[in-house]
Design a protein around this ligand. Structure first.
Ligand code: D5M
Ligand code: FE
Ligand code: ZN
Length: 482
């Protein structure tokens, strides 16, 4: 049934002898009802003057400012993508290469710090027996809290270092250390020949100027659609996609859509998954994705990254979703398939996209972190300058020759998903975006007490970094905490 305001507006035009083209009608259906009457009156007045008695799509697009703004920049560059770099070294040799790459890359990153001039190898510090403070660095292998003492064990290529933290404040930092992350420590010899850790230095993000777009182009951040799942909010997602073509002033400035993984629910990802699927094959799921994405205006560039539910390979880094599952998506001129993690530049703004599998391992082992505040975990990753430090837990990591999960290049926006909680924050000038999900709470999530806030689209003005959102979840009022 037509809304009464729309019927009124149509009758007004018809009574003045006008015809309305079906395309124009489609646009009118999406216009804010409060503005309908004014729009129609003005178009009728103008066209009557011109003695043209049909209202077509062009009239409305011109009137509503829906015509593509040609001055709005939409330059992109894929700055890094693991897809073509993936080699997969084999066996123990591969892991040695991976960890030595991690150590060397992070040592280079920390070498910008003044203290690093005093860095010595673990073997030489152990041999020195010096009275002075010394610096060593390495990957954390143990972090044990026992009463009021924290023991930290580090490893570098020369050996293993064990030190004790006594200081109260420093113990808090030590409690937040992630296993296998890189750190630098200031140490001195204790009375009984053990080492005392006097300072812990993380690679972290330096104070820095961040990049901005010259024009007010907007980007949308999405993830975890889980297409194919019974719980995928197809209607709400389709409504959001339709909004992208609406006359809304923000929608008119969107030129980028980023999808941070779990685009489909996949097949055989967890036991008895088939009972929770409405599309039983990957091909069918990706076909549905294609149909939905095809409704997005072609001036919008779409970047698709895989997550743990998508096909390709499970271990990080993941290659882009292979072409064999849906080559027409690959062939779209406005669609770019990238691996996980990837760095893309949007009008010069560098966005680091990472699905976020490692959050599960970090939340489990780090006091004070939870699924409700994924941005806090994201801050930990930036401080560690690594996307998935913990090795050997739930997140599978492949034995690559180069550790592609080190955060070499500092992003302007850090885009993560996976935990199904939309949330925003800032850290050292970097905008942190967790893009939530478009899947309702699953029985599994309910059983472990995970409360997602699905159906929210987060959007960023790439010139000002102002953030907007569209909420398609009728159950959520107060949705964003930051
Ligand atoms: O994961 C969405 C969230 O739910 C993510 O934080 C992991 C958690 N999750 C989902 N399934 C499991 C199982 N089987 N064990 C532990 N944690 C789980 P998604 O990647 O969307 O499935
Ligand atoms: Fe997910
Ligand atoms: Zn996931």
């Amino acid at each position: 049934m037509l809304k009464k305001e729309l019927t009124f507006a149509l009758n007004y035009a018809l009574n003045k002898g006008f015809q309305i083209h079906p395309n124009a009608f489609r646009i009118l259906e999406n216009v804010d009802v409060k503005k309908l009457e004014k729009i129609i009156r003005e178009i009728v007045r103008e066209k009557t003057k011109q003695k043209l008695f049909q209202i077509n799509q062009d009239d409305l697009e011109t009137y509503l400012g829906m015509k593509e703004d040609q001055n709005l920049q939409s330059d992109y560059q894929i700055l890094s993508d693991p897809t073509l770099k993936i080699t997969s070294g084999e066996g123990v040799k591969g892991y040695n290469a991976l960890f030595s790459s991690r150590f060397n890359k992070l040592k280079r990153i920390i070498s910008d710090r003044p203290e690093s001039k005093m860095l010595k190898s673990i073997a030489s510090v152990k041999a020195a027996k010096s009275e002075e403070d010394m610096y060593v660095c390495g990957l954390v292998t143990t972090r044990n809290i026992d009463r009021n003492i924290t023991k930290v064990v580090l490893e570098d290529p020369s050996g293993i270092f064990e030190g004790i933290v006594f200081d109260g404040e420093l113990q808090k930092t030590a409690a937040g250390l992630l296993i296998d992350q890189f750190i630098m420590v200031r140490v001195s010899m204790g009375k009984n020949a053990g080492f005392i850790i006097k300072d812990l230095v993380l690679p972290d993000i330096p104070d820095q100027a961040t990049n901005r777009s010259e024009t007010e182009t907007f980007a949308v951040f999405l993830s975890d659609l889980h297409i194919g799942s019974k719980y995928f909010m197809e209607e709400e997602f389709a409504e959001f996609i339709a909004w992208l073509s609406s006359p809304d002033p923000v929608a008119r400035k969107i030129r980028f859509v980023l999808i941070g993984g779990d685009v489909v629910d996949g097949v055989g990802i967890y036991p008895n998954q088939d009972k929770e699927l409405i599309c039983q094959t990957i091909q069918e799921q990706l076909k549905k994705l294609e149909e939905l994405l095809d409704r997005i205006p072609k001036c919008i560039k779409i970047f698709i990254m895989p997550g743990n539910h998508d096909p390709g390979r499970r271990a990080l880094p993941q290659p882009a979703i292979p072409k064999k599952y849906n080559d027409s998506l690959w062939d779209r001129e406005n669609v770019f398939m990238v691996g996980n993690p990837a760095m893309v530049s949007l009008n010069g703004v560098k966005v680091l996209m990472f699905h976020g599998q490692s959050i599960d391992d970090i939340v489990k082992t780090t006091p004070g972190l939870s699924y409700d505040n994924p941005v806090n975990v994201m801050r930990h990753l930036l401080k560690a300058r690594h996307l998935s430090p913990i090795y050997g837990s739930q997140t599978p990591i492949a034995p690559e020759m180069e550790d592609l999960l080190v955060i070499d290049e500092i992003p302007d926006i850090f885009h993560v998903g996976h935990v199904h909680r939309a949330q925003l924050d800032m850290y050292k000038g970097i905008l942190l975006v967790n893009s939530g999900s478009w899947q309702k709470q699953t029985p599994f999530q309910a059983s472990v007490g995970m409360t997602p806030n699905p159906g929210i689209a987060l959007m960023v003005n790439l010139k000002t970094f102002q953030v907007f959102h569209e909420n398609y979840n009728s159950n959520l009022d107060n949705i964003l905490q930051s």
